[in-house]
Design a protein around this ligand. Structure first.
Ligand SMILES: C[S@@+](CC[C@H](N)C(=O)[O-])C[C@H]1O[C@@H](n2cnc3c(N)ncnc32)[C@H](O)[C@@H]1O
Length: 263
C-alpha cells in the first residue's frame, strides 16, 4: 500500500486528535500486555506504525538507559512531539522496506496491519526480526462488530450506525480487512511462532471513542459525501450529537494477539 492509499493519513490535522484518543483508549491495555510479556531493562523494541509518541515513550521508560526503542512509520511527522530522546525514529514502510538491522526482544504494531492489503508480508517481516524467544504483539480492531451505538433506540443512534457503516465501506474500498484481527492467532502460528495467545478490550460508551469518531469522520467527510455514503447534514448532526456528551459511542473491540519466536 502506498502512503496515498492509507485512509487516515497523518498529514491531516485530525491525526493529532486521533492519536490522543487512541492513546487514552488503548495505551493502558497495550502497556498491560507488554508488561505481561516481560519487558525488562535493556530490551530492544520496534514500534511499527507508531503514529504518535505515547507508546514509544513508555517502551523507552521500561527498557531503561541500556534499552533501545525504534519507532517507525510511513509518516513520522506526528511522532516527534514530546518524544523521549532515547527513541530512534525512522521513516519505514513495513510492507516495502527491509526490516531494520538487528533483532528485537519485542515488535509491536497497533491498528496498522488491518489497513494493509499486504498484511501477511508485513507480519512476515516483523516476525523475522525477532530474536529467539522475542515477542510479537499485534493489536487491531475486530471490525466485525459494526455499530457505533450498540443500544440504538433514538434516531441519532441509527444515524451514528449509518455513518460507521459508511466508514467501514471506505476502509474496505482502500483494501482494509475488517475481519483480520480475529485471524491473528492462526496467522502468528503460520509464521512459525509459538506460545500464541489473544484477548480483546471493548469500549462501549466512551467520550474518547466519541473523540475518535469526530477525528475520523471529519478527516473522511469529503470522501463519505462524494461516494454518497452520507450527506453533509448527516455528518454535522452526528458530530453535534457526540459533542452534547449524551451519545454512547463504542469503538470496535481491540484484539491483542501475541506469540514468540521459538528459542
Ligand atoms: C491508525 S494509526 C495507529 C497509530 C498508533 N499505532 C496507535 O495505535 O495509536 C496507523 C498508523 O500506521 C501508519 N502506517 C500506515 N501504513 C503503514 C506502512 N505501510 N508502514 C508503516 N506504517 C504505516 C500510519 O501512518 C499511522 O501512523
Amino acid at each position: 500500500m502506498s502512503s496515498q492509499d492509507y485512509l487516515f493519513a497523518n498529514v491531516a490535522d485530525e491525526a493529532e486528535l486521533r492519536f490522543a484518543a487512541l492513546s487514552a483508549l488503548f495505551d493502558p491495555g497495550t502497556f498491560r500486555h507488554v508488561d505481561r510479556l516481560g519487558i525488562d531493562r535493556g530490551w530492544r523494541c520496534w514500534e511499527v506504525g507508531a503514529g504518535g509518541a505515547s507508546v514509544p515513550n513508555w517502551l523507552a521508560a521500561r527498557a531503561g538507559p541500556n534499552g533501545q526503542v525504534l519507532a517507525t512509520d510511513i509518516d513520522t511527522s506526528r511522532i516527534t512531539r514530546g518524544l523521549d530522546a532515547r527513541v530512534e525514529v525512522q521513516r519505514h514502510d513495513v510492507v516495502l522496506d527491509d526490516p531494520p538491522d538487528g533483532v528485537f526482544d519485542l515488535v509491536h504494531a497497533r491498528l496498522v496491519l488491518s489497513h494493509l492489503p499486504a498484511r501477511d508480508t508485513a507480519l512476515q517481516r516483523m516476525a523475522s526480526s525477532l530474536r529467539p524467544g522475542g515477542w510479537l504483539l499485534i493489536e487491531d480492531f475486530d471490525q466485525v462488530q459494526p455499530f457505533a451505538c450498540l443500544d440504538a433506540y433514538l434516531p441519532e443512534h441509527h444515524q451514528a450506525n449509518k455513518l460507521r457503516d459508511g466508514l467501514r465501506t471506505l476502509l474496505t474500498q482502500r483494501g482494509a480487512d475488517l475481519e483480520f484481527a480475529r485471524t491473528l492467532p492462526r496467522r502468528l502460528r503460520a509464521q512459525g511462532l509459538t506460545d500464541v495467545g489473544a484477548d480483546a478490550y471493548f469500549p462501549v460508551a466512551s467520550s474518547d471513542a466519541g473523540a475518535l469518531d469526530i477525528a475520523n469522520l471529519t478527516q473522511v467527510r469529503a470522501a463519505l459525501i462524494s461516494k454518497r455514503l452520507a450527506s453533509a447534514d448527516d455528518i454535522a448532526a452526528h458530530l453535534a450529537a457526540i459533542r452534547t456528551g449524551h451519545l454512547d459511542v463504542a469503538t470496535s473491540p481491540l484484539l491483542s494477539a501475541w506469540a514468540r519466536r521459538p528459542t
